[in-house]
Design a protein around this ligand. Sequence first.
Ligand SMILES: Cc1cc2nc3c(=O)[nH]c(=O)nc-3n(C[C@H](O)[C@H](O)[C@H](O)COP(=O)(O)OP(=O)(O)OC[C@H]3O[C@@H](n4cnc5c(N)ncnc54)[C@H](O)[C@@H]3O)c2cc1C
Length: 281
Amino acid sequence: MWPNKFDYARAGSVDEALGMIGDEGKFLAGGHSLLPVMKLRLDAPEQLVDIGGIDSLRGISANGGLSIGATATHADIAASADVQAKCGALASACGQVGDQAVRNFGTLGGNIAHADPASDPPTVLVAVGASVNIQGADGSRSVGAEDFFVDLFETALDDGELITSVDVPDLSDHQMAYAKFPHPASRYAIVGVCVALKMNGATCDHAHVAVGGATVKAVKCGGAEAALAGSTLDDDALNAAAEAVKADIGDWLAGDIAYPEAYRQQMAGVFFKRAVAAATG
Ligand SMILES: Cc1cc2nc3c(=O)[nH]c(=O)nc-3n(C[C@H](O)[C@H](O)[C@H](O)COP(=O)(O)OP(=O)(O)OC[C@H]3O[C@@H](n4cnc5c(N)ncnc54)[C@H](O)[C@@H]3O)c2cc1C
C-alpha cells in the first residue's frame, strides 16, 4: 500500500521544525505508527518534518528526576541506568514494547503523541505523575500525563505542537513494576498495569497505580491507591484493591472481539496483583 504524496524535510533544530510544520504537516520521529497510518490512508499529511536529527531532543538526563528527550527510543530508555534506578517500571515497560526493531526505532515522544490505547509507556507515565513538555509557535507549556491523554488516540497536543521532553519524578525510594499481558501477535498491551509502592517497613505509605491496554487511555486508579495506602498488602487489602482497580477503569474500558471489555477488566485485577508481587518480590 502506498501513502498519498507528501513533502519531506529534515529539521536541524526545534525552532526550524516548528517553522516548517505548517497547517497540514506532521512530525516524523521513528515512523513506526505514522507511516502505517499513512499507508492505510487513515491520514494524509502534506508535509512530513523529520525531527530525528535534532540533537537536543534525544538525550536522557537525571538531575533529581529524569528528563527524557522526545526522540529517545524505547531501547535507549530500557537500557538507561538512570531510568532503571529512578523509575524502573518505565525501563521495564519500554523493554517490553513490540520487538527489538520497534524498540530501536520507536520513540517516547512518538508513542505518547500517537496515544494508542495499547501502548505501554503511557501507563507508567500516568501512574507516576510524569509531565509532558510541549513547544509550539506561541511558546512552551507543560502538561501532566493524566491530562495529556484525553481519549482514544487523543491527546492535549494542538496542531503543530512538538513534544520536546518528558519529566519523570525520582521514585528510587519506591518499589515498582509494570506487568503486561501482551497480544500474542503484535506484543501491544491487552492489559498493562503499573504499580509503585512507598513502603514503611511492612506498611504501604502510599501507592501509585495506573492501567492501560484494557482502557481507551491510560487511567490512574485512585480507588486502588487508597485501598493500598496504610495496608500491609495482605490478601484482604490486595483483593479490595484489585476490585477497586476494576471499578476505577469502569468508565474507560476498551475491547474487541478477541479480548472483550469484561475480560480485560477482569484481567486488569489479575495483572494488578502480579505487578504488586513483582514490585515487592
Ligand atoms: C509491530 C509494532 C509493534 C508495536 N508494539 C508496541 C508495544 O507493544 N507497545 C507500545 O507501547 N508500542 C508499540 N508499538 C509502537 C511503537 O512503540 C512506537 O512508539 C510508536 O510506533 C510511535 O513512535 P514513533 O517514534 O515511531 O512515532 P511516529 O510514527 O514517527 O509518529 C507517531 C505520531 O506521533 C507524532 N509525533 C512523533 N513525535 C512527536 C513529537 N516529538 N511531538 C509531537 N508529535 C510527535 C507524529 O506526527 C505521528 O502523528 C509498536 C509498533 C509496531 C510497528
